[in-house]
Design a protein around this ligand. Structure first.
Ligand code: GLP
Length: 241
């Protein structure tokens, strides 16, 4: 696990450079996208580079990590809509190139299995971007998730629903109780992973991920077994290391 501590701006440049190199080498790369505030500056930088004509996502494909169960398509809190607004629509992906798990499916287990099949048939994820939850979750793999877990329905912890209430007008009761999430085993199959941690509220999760004993209680510790992970942390998120 490589660790880089720098300003949020410089970390975004580092990550954007990595995307730019990958897409220059493999224009049809398969990208793993994360919602949340952590990757926003990276997405801004990538959108700026596409607007400047220095890079393109036109041949790339992308898969998002997770989705709430039960939010209608187009709901402002749905991760599908969030990723479209924060990133996908701002760059030049081809129509249909960005996919996410279907949290409105009547058969959620089948939707999860089908999502796994789509990732596999795309050839797997070349570069996965991740945030980290204050409780050490990655995607929506809450504490206790197995390192072998696959895309599945997960029940959101109280902590995560409290953290994410800000996206639902501050009302925790409006935050769905369940989600579909790529599993830790699914995420570990990505060929390269960049995890962004920004802000003091991530400091204890970052310390546990980087220095703590690998444990299902801190799902992000599973990343320590991956051969190509770079953790990009600002000084506040790295403060407990
Ligand atoms: C959410 C998402 C994660 C994200 C994490 C951190 O619950 N499911 O994919 O990484 O929380 O979010 P943020 O980057 O907004 O702090």
């Amino acid at each position: 696990m490589q660790l880089i501590i720098d300003t949020e701006h410089n970390l975004a440049l580092w990550a954007a450079d990595r995307y730019e190199r990958l897409l220059a080498e493999v224009p049809e790369a398969v990208l793993g996208l994360a919602t949340g505030s952590s990757p926003l500056r990276v997405y801004d930088e990538l959108a700026a580079r596409v607007a400047a004509g220095t890079m393109s996502f036109a041949s790339a494909r992308a898969f998002t990590l997770d989705e709430y169960v039960g939010l209608p398509a187009g709901h402002p809190g749905s991760y599908r809509r969030v990723i479209d607004e924060d990133f996908a629509r701002r760059v030049d992906f081809a129509d249909g190139a960005v996919q996410g798990p279907d949290g409105t499916a009547s058969d959620l287990s089948e939707a999860a299995a089908e999502y796994e099949r789509r990732i596999v048939s795309a050839g797997g994820i070349d570069l996965q971007i991740l945030g980290i939850g204050t409780n050490g979750h990655i995607a929506f793999n809450e504490p206790g998730s197995s390192v072998h877990s696959r895309t599945r329905v997960e029940v959101l912890s109280e902590q995560t629903r409290t953290d994410n209430a800000r996206f639902f007008g501050g009302d925790i009761d409006a935050v769905p109780t369940r989600c579909l999430t790529q599993g830790i085993g699914t995420i570990l199959e990505a060929r390269e992973i960049i995890l962004l941690a920004i802000g003091a509220n991530k400091a204890s999760a970052v310390a546990a991920m980087v220095e703590g004993a690998p444990s299902e209680r801190v799902p992000a510790t599973a990343l320590r077994s991956h051969p190509r992970v770079t953790v990009l942390a600002d000084a506040a998120a790295a403060a407990a290391l």
